[in-house]
Design a protein around this ligand. Structure first.
Ligand code: ADP
Ligand code: MG
Length: 439
């Protein structure tokens, strides 16, 4: 709830996420999709819309969309249709985008999010459909000209549309983090927002507390980080509240988020679907899926973050908080499991979420580039368990491992850190001290 001048307001948010499909080739052509290639080096005649070229569906992209649908606990539609969405733009040589309109490949699903206070909420997924990305207009290469790069043209995107189920920016952020985590576990989208593999349109409206009808929404296009999504929602909600409290009304429109100013501003009035003159693409047959093929994909799904978290809590005895921190990134959870295998899981969780994450943070490194590998950290924990070193000395050994890349065992031997637990030599030492200092 947001406190306005005239009372309390509720924010309503629905997100449309464009997720780039992990695939070697484009949705309807064999051109490559690698990020960062020189302009116009990954363009086929289909992507450039040469006359008479025909699209051929990439089976792998369909598989990725279906897997994602299964990961979102969604309905998979056995029959779906590709449509042409017509509009003109220099980076869209065909004059239309191939998308799915009334009959998407994936229908209703859901995502569970957990908020900071531990509350769990379910966010509805309206649909997921496959579509082509457009090319890119480059405005900064020449003072008076705009160049067009078609490398991205035709790359497969999944548009994932949520229900208007979120009620503030925190929930929107939690939803995006969760969605990204699921996509990464599935390997269907790398979730990299800086490279544009995950882009988010935020639909925002407000209504008075207790009101049951939704207000008119504004759609903020292409916000490219979770922090900006939160800022855009908060700014936009306040803007709408001010207008309504001044007796004005909200116009449905498309807005842009200006990250430098932290504000949204108008881009264009909302176009209607009929402006796009959607119709089924006559070059493509409807997509017919075999239920047995879908079942095969379902059986092959990896363990997803919710299930992994539940297992970490139930079987390894972690706190829900630690489990949550560990499962958010698949690479973190994998690292932890290697360390924890056959060892004290809680101790492993403390070392990974505390010492290791702290060190990686300081070094500005991702876990993949960690100077201490999971087996190496495991070896350190073994030295604590068999009393070779104490827990306190282990911290020094860990610091040395980070610095030198050497194994825990080697550092302990070289520096003579081996702890003496045999009472014989200790008693002898005590005797010697007492004898020399009898008084
Ligand atoms: P369009 O296709 O024109 O973008 P949709 O009806 O498909 O419109 O909705 C797009 C997104 O807007 C969805 O994520 C939906 O949840 C969200 N949305 C719809 N109505 C509202 C509203 N009143 N306030 C906030 N979000 C909304
Ligand atoms: Mg939309």
């Amino acid at each position: 709830m947001i406190e306005g001048r005239t009372g309390e307001w509720e924010v309503v948010v629905g997100l449309e996420v464009h997720a780039q499909v992990v695939a070697e080739a484009k949705l309807f052509s064999g051109a490559a999709t690698a990020f960062g290639a020189a302009p116009n080096t990954q363009v086929s005649t289909v992507d450039a819309a040469f006359p008479g070229m025909l699209p051929v569906i990439n089976r792998h992209c369909v598989e990725q969309a279906v897997k994602t649908g299964l990961g979102l606990d969604a309905q998979i539609n056995l029959h779906s249709v590709f449509d042409r969405k017509n509009y003109f733009y220099p980076d869209l040589p065909a004059g239309y985008q191939i998308s799915q309109y009334q009959q998407p490949v994936v229908g209703r699903g859901r995502v569970e999010i957990e908020l900071a206070d531990g509350t769990v909420r379910e966010i509805g997924i309206t649909r997921l459909h496959l579509e082509q990305d457009a090319g890119k207009s480059l405005h900064d290469q020449h003072p008076t000209k705009t160049y067009v790069d078609l490398n991205r043209a035709g790359v497969a995107l999944m548009e994932i549309v949520s229900e208007p189920d979120m009620r503030n920016s925190e929930e929107a952020a939690a939803y995006l983090r969760k969605l990204r985590s699921i996509l990464r576990y599935l390997g269907t989208c790398d979730g990299n927002m800086e490279e544009g593999s995950l882009r988010c349109d935020c639909n925002v409206s407000v209504r008075r507390a207790g009101e049951t009808k939704f207000g008119t929404r504004a759609e903020i296009k292409n916000v490219n980080s979770i922090r900006f999504v939160m800022q855009a929602i908060e700014y936009e909600a306040r803007r709408q509240i001010e207008i309504l409290e001044d007796g004005g009304s909200i116009v449905q429109e498309t807005r842009l988020f200006d990250a430098h100013r932290g504000e949204t501003r108008p881009m264009r009035s909302k176009e209607n679907d009929f402006d796009y003159r959607y119709f089924p693409d006559p070059d493509l047959l409807p997509l017919e899926l075999d239920p047995a093929w879908i079942e095969g994909l379902r059986r092959g799904l990896p363990e997803l973050p919710d299930a992994r978290k539940a297992r970490f809590v139930a079987e390894l005895g972690l706190t829900p908080y630690d489990a949550d921190v560990l499962v958010a990134e698949k690479s973190h959870a994998d690292y932890f499991e290697t360390v924890a295998a056959g060892r004290d899981a809680k101790l492993a969780a403390n070392w990974v979420t505390g010492d290791l994450f702290g060190a990686l943070n300081r070094l500005g490194k991702e876990i993949e580039a960690s100077p201490v590998s999971a087996p190496a950290l495991g070896e350190l924990l073994d030295l604590i368990r068999d009393n070779t070193i104490s827990g306190r000395i282990a911290k020094d050994v860990f610091a040395a491992m980070l610095e030198t890349g050497k194994s825990a065992g080697a550092i302990v031997e070289q520096r003579g850190l081996r702890q003496v637990t045999d009472s014989g030599p200790i008693e002898a030492a005590v005797e010697a001290v007492l004898a020399a200092n009898a008084e």
